[in-house]
Design a protein around this ligand. Structure first.
Ligand code: 3H9
Length: 698
């Protein structure tokens, strides 16, 4: 293996260039290489050292893959202290992303130079930890507490120009990082510039830390790491440098041992693993130069917006010129939002609205599209008519996609002459904002069609999850089950408001009933009617009061009332007084004596229902791996990222305990609480969902 840190001597300067692709993570070999390099430079009689990275970046941080494993010496804090304490003049030359431990190495150097495109940051809180190699002690000494707190608690990346303004970087200069670092070191030596160690700077001025902690807690919604990071920065103000480092270490270790750290790191790697599928290996996507979208409602307009923002020309088909104009209005409105948020420039806005977007009412205009996405009314007969027409006009090789959220893609594909070119692309509303895209594979879908679905999603900046065909695919199928668990608890004595509160305390941005109000209660109503028509298993407990609510014209936020009354605005969250009487009437009619539920039992039942259904979804192959479910819930359903996803959460709770709960509840309702065979198997074999992820890694 090539050296992880390459040593080079140029005159008085020793260069330590990291070579650990792809991101020069500070794994054990790099840490050893840096230590050896410093020793050698000092023994060699060098007067200065330049630390830089080969390839695409300076160090992007500690090697996250080492976390949770036994620590290996030398550890990063020691490496940083070693660099800072060197009698030689140490210069770091930054390019790419100097993040986390990377920036901490740079802050331990005596001078920092960066190329203009470099970005720096301390993103540790995003993976559930805090800067643990002196970042919380050094950064506030360099740029002051307020700026350091903002950077550390947000984890954001700071561009080179801003970093120079703040004083994180001393100089910004274009060029090869090795060359600009060397020239800078030589000029510093020529000037007789002094060694400058951050640890020698005085303690930074404190801020009101009680207020800072309160504000951070409010923003963090139950996530520990940003709050712990504030405490570490507080130590920088209150303790001598060495004791501050020790306090940082203590807080760092607390987070390192937390479930939140495991959850967030699982999310980090799963987000990247989710698009790596065996069936995509070596399969090239089809060309995607023009897209068409059918149906310009909220969903279709959101999809069109997303495609336009990804740089694709879009033809939007609507049934009448008036509907087409309304669709244009929605898309332009979305694009204006993107312009306001700085996602596109005014020039891009003009090009997109004047050239890239085309409205039509004529199917013949869709003939040039490489991929056509249908977002029309959610009814099988309507979808079939549309697909038959699309099949007639689409060019050979064009892909036909349905945005259906429940319906059978195989049945839709059958009405075309090209089932291999048909797939589901299930976007989430608003489609230009929500990150999740379920790419639904039918029995006949060709591998390069699936690859094209992933390619489109990637271009749109989405997290793409492969899903098999079933009612509701991965996400909505699981949603339907955990919502049913909540409905059952309501019949038995809980209230929608208690359930929402319990789940929001767990970390969901909104509980299921607030979400239902936002999505529109009519959607669930239509689905229940469809399922009634298809026939419902007589063993399933029925819950009718949501239908009564809809029959009363209450569809949630859009009608002003649903589970909540929105007269005082969406944030007021006032319970709708009509709801509890409807529930009580249904309980009375069914002879149910309501009982109390603790918040803990609500959470356990809700989560167990989610995990059990998710295990069925994985067991049936609808989701390839547990992590596919986790990413679906994280990016489409507001599942709190710091729990990692429902199946990561399940692993952390312990699968035997969860299964025991399910079996207990099955004594009262064996139909709903039928354990997933996969869950039973994993428990019997003493394995967990992470084992399945590992076994199915590509
Ligand atoms: C830390 O530093 C703690 C210290 O304070 C204290 C220690 C005592 N480790 O994202 P990409 C992999 S915590 C291991 O696709 P991009 C990644 O999994 C760390 N692996 O590329 C992927 O692998 P694969 C603080 C890592 O260009 C490949 O590299 N730092 C690490 O879109 C390419 O990544 C962070 O939190 C890592 N640190 O984005 C930074 N980073 O090809 C985390 C990446 O097998 N990293 N990999 O899927 C990032 O934010 C982005 O990866 C980065 C590049 C912006 C660097």
């Amino acid at each position: 293996m090539a050296d992880a840190v390459v040593y080079e001597r140029v005159g008085d300067v020793a260069i330590l260039q990291a070579n650990n692709p792809p991101v020069n993570a500070l794994g054990i070999d790099v840490r050893k290489g840096l230590m050896d390099g410093m020793d050698r430079a000092e023994a060699d009689g060098a007067k200065a050292v330049v630390i830089c990275g080969a390839g695409r970046t300076y160090f992007a941080g500690a090697d996250i893959r080492e976390f949770g494993k036994p620590p290996m010496e030398p550890m990063l804090p020691g490496v940083c202290d070693r660099i800072e304490a060197s009698p030689l003049l140490v210069v770091s030359a930054l390019h790419g992303t100097a993040l986390g431990g990377g920036l901490e190495v740079a802050l331990s150097s005596h001078y920092r130079i960066a190329v203009p495109s470099a970005r720096v940051g301390l993103p540790e809180v995003l993976i559930g930890i805090l800067p643990g190699a002196g970042g919380t002690q050094r950064l506030p000494r360099v740029i002051g507490v307020s700026a350091a707190l903002e950077i550390i608690t947000s984890g954001r990346q700071v561009g080179a120009a801003e970093a120079e303004r703040l004083g994180i970087i001393d100089r910004v200069q274009d060029g090869d990082p090795r060359d600009i670092g060397l020239a800078y070191a030589q000029s510093l030596l020529a000037e007789g510039a002094p060694r400058r160690a951050v640890c020698d700077l005085p303690n930074p001025e404190p801020v009101d830390f009680d207020a800072a902690i309160a504000a951070t807690k409010a923003r963090a919604r139950g996530q520990m790491s940003p709050v712990w990071a504030v405490r570490a920065v507080q130590a920088a103000c209150e303790l001598p440098f060495d004791q501050g480092l020790a306090r940082e270490r203590e807080l760092f270790m607390e987070l390192m041992q937390s479930d939140q750290r495991e959850g967030l790191i699982h999310a980090f790697f799963s987000e990247r693993a989710v698009s790596k599928l065996p069936e995509l290996k070596g399969v090239a996507p089809r060309a995607l130069d023009a897209i068409a979208v059918l149906g310009g409602g909220t969903m279709g307009s959101g999809i069109a917006t997303s495609a336009l923002l990804a740089g694709l020309p879009v033809t939007m088909l609507e049934v009448t010129p008036e509907a087409a104009e309304a669709a244009r209005g929605r898309i332009v409105g979305n694009l204006e939002g993107a312009l306001k948020r700085g996602k596109i420039s005014a020039a891009q806005f003009d090009t997109i609205t004047q050239e890239a977007l085309r409205l039509t009412t004529d199917y013949a205009d869709l003939g040039a599209a490489d991929l056509i996405i249908e977002a029309v009314f959610e009814e099988m007969e309507v979808k079939k008519q549309v697909f038959a027409k699309l099949d007639a006009v689409a060019k050979p090789g064009a892909i036909l996609a349905s945005n259906t959220s429940y319906l059978d893609i195989n049945e839709i594909a059958q009405v075309t002459s090209r089932p291999a070119d048909v797939l589901g692309l299930h976007f989430f509303s608003p489609a230009h904002v929500m990150k999740l895209l379920e790419v639904v594979v039918g029995d006949a879908t060709a591998p390069d069609v699936l690859a094209t679905g992933f390619d489109l999603g990637k271009r749109m900046g989405k997290i793409c999850v492969r899903a098999g065909v079933c009612d509701g695919f991965i996400g909505n199928r699981i949603l339907s089950t955990y919502r049913t668990a909540a409905d059952h608890m309501i019949l038995d004595g809980a209230s929608p408001y208690q359930i929402d509160d319990a789940l929001e305390a767990f970390g969901f941005a909104m509980g299921p009933y607030a979400v239902a109000d936002l999505a529109g209660l009519d959607i669930g109503w239509a689905m229940r009617k469809r399922k009634q028509a298809e026939g419902i298993d007589p063993r399933a407990r029925q819950c009718d009061y949501p239908d009564r609510l809809c029959e009363g014209g209450h569809f949630g936020q859009k009608t002003g009332k649903g589970f909540y009354d929105y007269a005082g605005g969406a944030r007021a969250r006032v319970p709708n007084p009509d709801v509890m009487p409807l529930i009580e009437a249904e309980r009375a009619a069914k002879g149910i004596t309501p009982r109390d539920f603790t918040d803990d039992e609500i959470l356990r039942r809700y989560m167990a229902a989610m995990v059990n259904e998710a295990a069925k979804v994985v067991g049936e192959g609808i989701a390839r791996r547990p992590l596919d479910v986790d990413m679906t819930l994280l990016f489409g359903y507001g599942f709190p990222r710091y729990h990692g996803g429902p199946l990561k959460w399940a692993d952390l709770q312990g699968l035997p305990e969860l299964l025991a709960d399910i079996r207990t509840w099955a004594q009262d309702d064996p139909y709903f609480w039928e354990p997933a065979p996969l869950l039973e198997q994993l428990v019997a074999e003493n394995r967990n969902f992470e084992d399945l992820n590992r076994e199915n890694a590509t």
